[in-house]
Design a protein around this ligand. Structure first.
Ligand code: KG4
Ligand code: ZN
Length: 335
């Protein structure tokens, strides 16, 4: 089965073709970052309008790249939520309409299920069951995965998602949007010993997270550094490093705990924050020390993309699931 996947839940237009015999045949992502940078964050209406401009040309592009014509597509998968409702409507309307025109089934995919299954696009791919750490701009969740569609939430953030904490702290450090990768870059020059941020909720049992306190801690650290009138650029780098260390440590502690509690040996990381180099390195070492193994998608498949939607959609379509002609994108949608 060969599936066209369309992702438009936020500020990236992602399109891909996944074939269950040949694997990923083509994928392309168009980032709207330049459009939103001037505003310091995603402007939903601008996002929707740009998805309208980019989605069909990207679909033509991936069909060309794969050397296919539209008649060779067996199904269409589109992100149906959660996300920005206007942006979701664009991808859903285009995906559902193409499927209708091409007389093939359509399926609305949960964005986080897309992220969750993205590591299965890699070789070697992790065998089920595994524990997944989903860390994106909107979600931080630990999930026990025993099969496609068989997900048990083990823990999640009670306030800010890890990516959101990265983005908000980056803003406090006056870094440009998108903040997470910029903060990670700045942290490279930081001294890990100068500031010590807390590791929230690690001193009590459980697998939930809380990241909102870290940005307050960052703010106070900035004030302290300014009062000490030290080199402000170095202080910002030191704070970025201390913040990143705290998030990474917290995620590592909870993942180790999740593996112990479930008895699983495999951990997968997915979502935008899993592109973070320090997180990947530290997690691999910590999980190996437990006798387990950590898996990650390549960085391009960590952040939003169409390949994960094509893949997840293919699994669901193969299982006989599909949508009626009515489509219903959802801004909020529990997994
Ligand atoms: O999965 P994603 O592309 O979109 C959502 O579904 O939210 O994740 C975006 C999030 C943003 O918060 C971004 O700052 C963060 O992932 N991110 C990073 C890195 N790359 C992306 N955070 C830390 N380090 C990175 N290298
Ligand atoms: Zn995402």
């Amino acid at each position: 089965m060969r599936v066209l996947g369309i992702e438009t839940s936020c500020d990236e237009t992602g399109v891909a073709i996944f074939d269950d015999q040949q694997g990923l045949m083509a994928h392309a992502v168009y980032s709207q970052v330049d459009i939103h940078a001037a505003y310091g964050g995603v402007v939903p209406e601008l996002a929707s309008r740009d998805h309208i401009r980019k989605t069909l040309p990207l679909i033509r592009q991936v069909l060309d790249e794969a050397g296919l014509d539209k008649g060779s597509i067996d199904g269409v998968a589109y992100t149906a939520g959660p996300g920005l409702i206007g942006a979701l409507l664009v991808g859903s309307a285009i995906g559902r309409s193409l499927a209708w025109g091409w007389k093939v089934p359509a399926i609305g995919v949960h964005h986080m299920e897309g992220h969750l299954l993205a590591p299965l696009l890699e070789e070697p791919s992790p065998q089920l069951p595994f524990v997944a750490l989903l860390v994106s701009g909107g979600h931080t969740q630990l999930v026990d995965v025993t099969g496609i569609g068989r997900y048990r939430i083990l823990g999640e953030s009670l306030d800010d998602a890890a990516g959101e904490a990265f983005d908000k702290t980056a803003k406090l450090l006056e870094l440009p949007y998108p903040g997470g990768p910029e903060l990670a870059k700045l942290a490279e020059h930081g001294d890990p010993g100068r500031f010590r941020f807390p590791r929230p909720m690690t001193d009590r049992p459980g697998l939930d997270f809380s990241f909102s306190g870290l940005k307050t801690f960052a703010l106070n650290s900035i004030k302290t550094a300014l009062a000490e009138s030290t080199d402000p650029d170095q202080a910002r780098a030191d704070i970025a490093r201390a913040f990143e260390e705290a998030v990474v440590d917290t995620l590592v502690i909870k993942c180790r705990r999740a593996l112990r509690e479930t008895g699983r040996k495999r951990l997968i990381l997915a979502g935008g924050v899993s592109a973070n180099r320090r997180l990947r390195e530290r997690m691999s070492t910590a999980i190996a020390a437990e006798g387990g193994e950590a898996f990650y998608p390549q960085p391009a498949l960590c952040t939003d993309n169409g390949a994960m939607i094509a893949f997840a959609g293919c699994q669901r379509l193969r299982a006989g699931q599909h949508e009626p002609l009515v489509f219903k994108p959802r801004a909020r949608w529990p997994m």
